[in-house]
Design a protein around this ligand. Structure first.
Ligand SMILES: *Cc1c(COP(=O)(O)O)cnc(C)c1O
Length: 395
């Protein structure tokens, strides 16, 4: 999006204005078109629309809806992709993008440290005859060894949950593209605010808009961003026919979320850096993991790739599960929950919740010990949060 002088506008401006489709009433806010169907003036018009849908025409909300399209246009513009398709949840986006592009016999390489539901989708792929190889996403040699001519896609979370390892997008993309593979990234932890994924070589960028895009923990949503050929030619047919489209109501919430996203996420990241810096000096934490700290093993890569440490912190409490539980139970402002990217700060004990189903061995491999706690930093005052943390540590 650019202005009348053809000057490119900044993301904060585009996040408020881009993609608006106004009705005949000239409403200022984005309209909520809560309709699944669309009226045709004549049988001929209906016939014509089923032959070819025009750029501002719709048939059925599972295929598209003006409010959903506003959200798609806005996120595609911010992400720097030609197009986007909005989905019912982040998982509908992951499943939609991957299932739409593979067939039996294809080969996919994925990072091992993935959100549990993403691992489940890769299991489904294998069930239908797709070969999946898993690698340590931070080790480019492992990607190099696993990718081969004919590899259809590589898939990874650009920042892993919950141990905040960074995968080098440009490095993996170079390896993948040399073999003709499509680079599909789950960019949730990076957030659209700090994303330069496409510039760095990603072909398809996926978000759970449930997280930072809504930003208030109200609704599920997701989005697949990519080239027009991929989004409309590959992903959309699969998602629209299998029922994965977003509800117009949720898309409307996401549009509101995007208007404030840049302000929120930057403030959250500033607070995260403050908290991580302070916590690193507190006895009680065996380790504080935050990509914005110089102590993070991939600090330089994080800064190069995102320009920020993001909004998530992981802390290892001295004293294991008991200490972690005591800490969680004593917090008063920070909520125990498992959402992230919310305006409210949220703390999670991955070993007993989000990663409970993994074996002890697999958890250990991913660095998820009994004392590990994940903190999603909200938009509250940083000093209040630090007081809450300090009080909870002291008991
Ligand atoms: C939450 C999340 C998802 C799934 O998103 P939903 O909107 O819950 O379906 C996928 N990947 C990552 C990294 C997530 O954090």
């Amino acid at each position: 999006m650019s202005d009348a002088r053809n000057k490119p506008l900044h993301p904060r401006t585009r996040g408020v204005h881009h993609g608006i489709r106004r009705s005949q009433y000239g409403e200022l806010a984005e309209a909520l078109f809560m309709t699944q169907g669309f009226h045709y003036d004549s049988a001929e018009q209906a016939e014509a629309r089923f032959i070819k849908v025009g750029p501002d025409e719709f048939i059925y909300a599972r295929y598209g809806n003006p409010t959903s399209r506003m959200f798609e246009d806005r996120i595609a513009d911010l992400e720097g992709t030609e197009d986007a398709f909005a989905t019912a949840s982040g998982m509908a986006a992951v499943n939609g993008a991957l299932m739409a592009m593979v067939k039996p016999g294809d080969h996919v390489v994925a990072a091992r440290a993935l959100f549990g539901s993403c691992l489940y989708v890769l299991d489904i792929l294998q069930k239908f005859g797709v070969e999946v190889s898993f690698v340590d996403g931070t080790d480019l040699d492992q990607w190099r060894a696993a990718v081969r001519p004919g590899t259809r896609a590589v898939f990874f979370e650009t920042m892993s949950n919950p141990t905040l390892e960074i995968v080098d997008i440009a490095g993996v993309a170079e390896i993948a593209h040399a073999a003709g593979a499509t680079v599909v990234v789950d960019n949730v932890f990076t957030t659209p605010v700090f994303s330069r994924a496409v510039e760095q070589g990603a072909d398809v960028v996926i978000y759970s808009s449930t997280k930072h895009i809504d930003g208030a923990g109200r609704a599920l949503g997701g989005v697949i961003c990519g080239t027009r050929d991929f989004v409309r030619g590959v992903a959309e047919p699969y998602v629209k026919h299998t029922g994965g489209a977003i509800s117009p109501f949720n898309a409307w919430l996401m549009l509101g979320g995007m208007a404030t996203m840049d302000l929120r996420v930057r403030a959250q990241a500033d607070t995260a850096l403050k908290l991580a810096t302070a916590m690193e000096g507190r006895p009680g934490f065996a380790r504080v993991i935050y990509p914005g700290l110089a102590s993070h093993p991939q600090h330089d890569l994080a800064m190069r790739q995102m320009g920020s440490g993001g909004t998530m912190i992981a802390m290892d409490l001295q004293g294991g599960k008991d200490a972690a539980f005591d800490f969680l139970n004593r917090l008063q402002i920070i909520s125990i929950s498992n959402n992230l990217g919310d305006a409210k700060s949220i703390v999670t004990h991955p070993a007993t919740t989000t990663h409970q189903r993994l074996s002890d061995e697999d958890r250990a491999k991913l660095g998820i010990g009994p004392g590990l706690v994940r903190l999603s930093v909200g938009i509250e005052d940083a000093d209040d949060l630090l007081d809450d943390i300090d009080a909870a540590l002291k008991g």
